[in-house]
Ligand binder design. Structure first.
Ligand code: KG4
Ligand code: ZN
Length: 417
């Protein structure tokens, strides 16, 4: 009904984003302006350029969002403005906050400050079905969509790499985080070392190259092994894969990070070094990390078929170690939480890296092993967006207004059954 809309604004990094969400978590409209093309050539986000781009885009993005939602009178139709206040680039955050203050002052509606990571985490509770004005009665239904508390969240992107226990709004425990690079950053750096296109992130190109290795090298050998092991019905998938690997000449393999450390922390810097050493050893290429633009000085015949296969082998080795590392940490996180007497309802996986098919498949398996659902918010809500900010604002408002009661620690609701 009236005053049911919340406007969300996100400007913490390189996306200027806005969304309007209803109090029960239906998305009414979204608008976003990405800065990928601006930062592409710099090997990272340049704060001053990002700030300028946000300033140029913010009015249009908010305007577009209001128009799509059919909002003609902000003061009457929008009940609060949620805005990301951190963490992020302070120059960029300020652009969003100023815009929120302007709207707030002009129309007399409150501002809800939002924590960027909390927003990433809670967006898994937003309903994905289309909203239409006629479904207004549904507005009274229970708050929260897909993911119910308590859950475990894995946030993996170019800037974030964290495992959280989420017991309610504002009730987060960091189970583990990266000691150096985030996984997306490692994908990007590795992609650059392998001479892959990295505009908008090198992850997809690297995933594709690793898949090429699967198809060209591993699959034919699997075929062969299937025939040879036909009689041995007892062979597990793991053992089978080992036999397949033995058939590959000079396999490239990287050690899985932090195997001996029984924590939920992550590390990807060592893996990146392994990639560099493998490139130097197997491809004879010179890697000069002091040159950000062109880190690899390709050897002769860099693109030749044989070298292409070696590069694919390196991409595959990187992805295998990185994904196994994620699996190790997520399994342990679930064990920790369960042994704490908390039964998570699901595992939420968000962030740009969550679109990786290999990672999805492996995490779905882990979820199945623990008999819990794995929730992947849709890709456009995994990366930075306005919906997550608007929704986090609603969850915070509900908490403050007592709509959502904070559940005390170790209450029966959380006890293991
Ligand atoms: O969440 P996001 O859009 O931006 C932030 O970093 O906040 O995530 C972008 C990151 C990049 O590092 C990109 O390479 C990575 O997500 N990424 C992937 C894939 N798609 C995007 N990494 C691995 N596999 C993918 N398919
Ligand atoms: Zn983010």
């Amino acid at each position: 009904g009236k005053n049911a809309f919340i406007l969300g604004i996100e400007t913490s990094c390189d996306d200027t984003a806005c969304a309007i969400v209803t109090k029960s978590g239906h998305v009414v409209s979204e608008a976003i302006k990405s800065q990928v093309s601006i930062h592409e050539n710099w090997g990272g986000v340049v704060p001053t350029l990002a700030k300028e781009a946000h300033q140029n885009a913010i009015d249009d993005v908010v305007e577009e969002c209001l128009r799509k939602a059919g909002v003609t009178d902000i003061g009457k139709q929008v009940s609060a403005v949620a805005v990301t206040v951190g963490p992020g680039l302070s120059m960029c955050l300020r652009v969003g906050v100023r815009k929120a203050q302007k709207i707030s002052g002009e129309y007399g509606i409150p501002i809800v400050p939002v924590h960027h990571m909390e927003a990433h985490c809670l967006v898994a509770r937003v309903k994905e079905e289309e909203w239409n004005a006629n479904s207004e009665e549904e507005e009274e239904e229970e708050n929260g969509g897909v993911a119910k508390f308590p859950f475990v969240a894995l946030l993996v992107s170019g800037g974030h790499n964290v495992l959280l226990k989420v017991e309610g709004v504002g009730r987060y425990t960091i189970l583990g985080q990266t000691l150096d690079d985030a996984i997306g950053e490692a994908y990007d750096k590795t992609a650059r070392l392998l001479g892959l296109p990295v505009g908008g992130g090198g992850g997809p190109a690297l995933e594709k190259l690793a898949k090429e290795y699967e198809e060209i090298v591993l699959e034919p050998r699997r075929e062969q092994c299937r025939k040879e092991t036909e009689q041995e019905a007892h062979i597990t998938d793991e053992v089978f894969e080992k036999i397949v690997r033995k058939k590959v000449k000079n396999p490239i393999r990287f050690t899985v990070p932090l195997r001996k450390r029984k924590t939920c922390d992550f590390s990807f810097a060592g893996l990146k070094t392994n990639v560099r050493l493998a490139i130097e050893k197997h491809l004879g290429a010179v890697v000069d990390e002091s040159i950000p633009e062109q880190k690899v000085l390709p050897s002769e015949n860099w693109d030749g078929i044989e070298n292409r296969e070696t590069r694919a082998a390196i991409a595959h080795a990187f992805q295998t170690a990185a994904v196994t590392h994620l699996e190790d940490r997520v399994s342990r996180a679930l064990e920790w939480v369960e042994s704490d007497g908390v039964s998570p309802t699901c595992l939420v996986v968000a962030g740009g890296v969550a679109s990786n098919q290999k990672i999805r498949k492996k995490l779905l398996q882990i979820g199945a092993n623990h008999s819990i659902d794995v929730v992947f918010p849709k890709p456009s809500w995994c990366t930075d967006n306005g919906v997550m900010v608007a929704w986090a604002g609603i969850e915070r408002l509900n908490l403050a207004l007592g709509v959502e009661k904070p559940v005390p620690r170790n209450s029966e609701a959380f006890a293991k059954d």
